[in-house]
Ligand binder design. Structure first.
Ligand SMILES: Nc1ncnc2c1ncn2[C@@H]1O[C@H](COP(=O)(O)OP(=O)(O)OP(=O)(O)O)[C@@H](O)[C@H]1O
Length: 257
């Protein structure tokens, strides 16, 4: 039976195709990302999860030869439209990568950077926003007395929370997470998952994960991709307990990798 998704959509891919040169990596994808929920993108290695994720903030524009077809709506704006500036899109939709990638600068400057590139000069306002982002990223208490220390001296889990603070500082509407915990130990992973569950109160989250336990633990919706196509989408409990496609079931049971 088809499950009804009643939540308000924040983003919607419609008949989306994506090509790396002549290679067709994302095929006719339709996907609704519900507002202020966590949606997990799962599927076998190479099925196009990261490629799809990167369409949602036009990351692919940074490389020549890449091509989109179709539409992605963020609220009522088609962010693939030529009239929309990809830099604007990336302010509304930020990204956290697999490996924590702080800049070789101080903890403070890592977060302040996002404000400075937007032209913010007022020191008191930057201080305030840096503190707020570090608090939202559950890092403030650990770093408030050493904001001038190099970010690269933080632990891996702290570096990833710093990258989340950097993603949060410009008040994005949506954050894309690309396997954000795959380089972290179980304790750091648990704190990032806890943080994402808090963040969804005001930000929409789309996350690529290889960990079925992670998707089952804290995502609200799950989308299963297979060979570039979106095979299945529904509440996480529905997709995990009674998937509609045999490929989804095979993947969840570890029969395809
Ligand atoms: N820059 C690129 N140029 C050409 N092909 C690419 C590029 N990046 C990825 N691909 C190809 O696109 C397909 C989808 O890759 P993608 O990284 O999106 O898959 P994935 O599901 O995220 O995989 P994984 O789970 O292993 O990270 C793969 O066949 C991959 O080889």
């Amino acid at each position: 039976m088809k499950e009804l998704i009643t939540l308000k959509p924040k983003a919607e891919a419609r008949d989306l195709n994506f090509y790396y040169g002549s290679f067709h990596a994302v095929k006719n994808v339709n996907l609704t990302v519900p507002e202020r929920q966590v949606t997990a993108l799962i599927g076998p290695s190479g099925c196009g999860k990261t490629t799809l994720l990167r369409c949602f903030n036009r990351m692919h524009d940074l490389y020549p030869g890449n091509r989109y077809e179709g539409q992605i709506f963020l609220d009522s704006d088609n962010i693939l439209s030529r009239e929309i500036d990809p830099i604007e899109v990336r302010m509304r939709v930020s990204m956290v990568f697999q490996k924590p990638n702080p800049f070789p600068k101080s903890i403070y400057e890592n977060v302040a950077y996002g404000l400075r590139v937007r032209g913010e000069k007022k020191r008191s306002l930057i201080d305030e926003k840096v503190e707020q982002a570090l608090k939202e990223a559950a890092l403030w208490d650990e770093v408030k007395d050493r904001l001038k220390d190099m970010a690269l001296n933080l632990s891996g889990g702290q570096q990833q929370r710093l990258c989340i603070a950097r993603a949060l500082v410009a008040n994005p509407e949506m954050i894309l997470f690309d396997e954000p915990t795959s380089a972290l130990d179980p304790i750091a992973t648990a704190s990032i998952e806890e943080l994402m569950s808090q963040l969804k109160q005001h930000v929409t989250i789309l996350i690529v994960t290889h960990s079925m336990q992670q998707a089952a633990r804290f995502s609200d919706y799950t989308a299963f991709m297979y060979l570039g196509e979106m095979l299945e989408f529904g509440t996480t409990s529905k997709v995990f307990s009674s998937p509609s496609h045999s490929q989804t079931e095979d993947y969840l049971r570890g029969r395809i990798g």
